[in-house]
Design a protein around this ligand. Structure first.
Ligand code: NI
Length: 171
């Protein structure tokens, strides 16, 4: 896996794939604990690439994105092909809760959220994995198995941005 690269979606789902994706969602908060360990305010405000988000914005973004994902999952489980609401992640990353709230608040949020999320996924019935939601921006129906694949990758992808910045900077 090269989580810093482009997302290459799985073409199908299998029990092994599902176990590995759920494992990724279960463990992502621990990965973010590790990402920000011992960083000071200046380091946390460093962008992972020129013009990109700061570490603080990346972590709050993951919380924003995964809260949306969790809601989408619950909608897909309880409604027939619900249309979900896209959001502008760049504008969300500029709001005051991202600017003013310490990063560890979103790490704590991720621990709580991913605990509920992974437990929900672990207890899905076989037929639930092919339930879908409709994304009006992409004009696509997204099955639950595919979103699980995507968000398992998404957490690792952003953690890798921080880890590789730390390596480059010798932090
Ligand atoms: Ni993202």
């Amino acid at each position: 896996m090269y989580p810093n690269g482009r997302f290459v979606p799985a073409v199908k789902y299998s029990p092994n794939n599902i176990a590995s994706w759920i494992g990724g969602i279960r463990s992502a908060p621990l990965l973010f604990d590790y990402c920000i360990e011992n960083l000071d305010e200046g380091q946390l405000n460093t962008t992972y690439r020129p013009g990109g988000w700061s570490i603080i914005q990346v972590v709050h973004h993951v919380a924003d994105s995964h809260m949306n994902a969790y809601i989408r999952l619950k909608l897909a489980l309880t409604e027939e092909k619900p249309t979900i609401s896209p959001y502008d992640e760049n504008l969300w990353a500029e709001l005051s809760d991202v600017k003013l709230v310490p990063v560890n608040v979103s790490i704590t949020l991720l621990h709580a959220l991913h605990s509920r999320w992974a437990t929900l996924l672990e207890n899905l019935k076989e037929e639930d994995w092919t339930r879908t939601y409709y994304h009006p921006g992409n004009k696509e129906y997204m099955p639950i198995w595919q979103m699980t694949n995507q968000y398992s990758w998404h957490g690792a992808h952003h953690a890798e941005q921080i880890i590789s910045l730390r390596k480059r900077m010798g932090w």
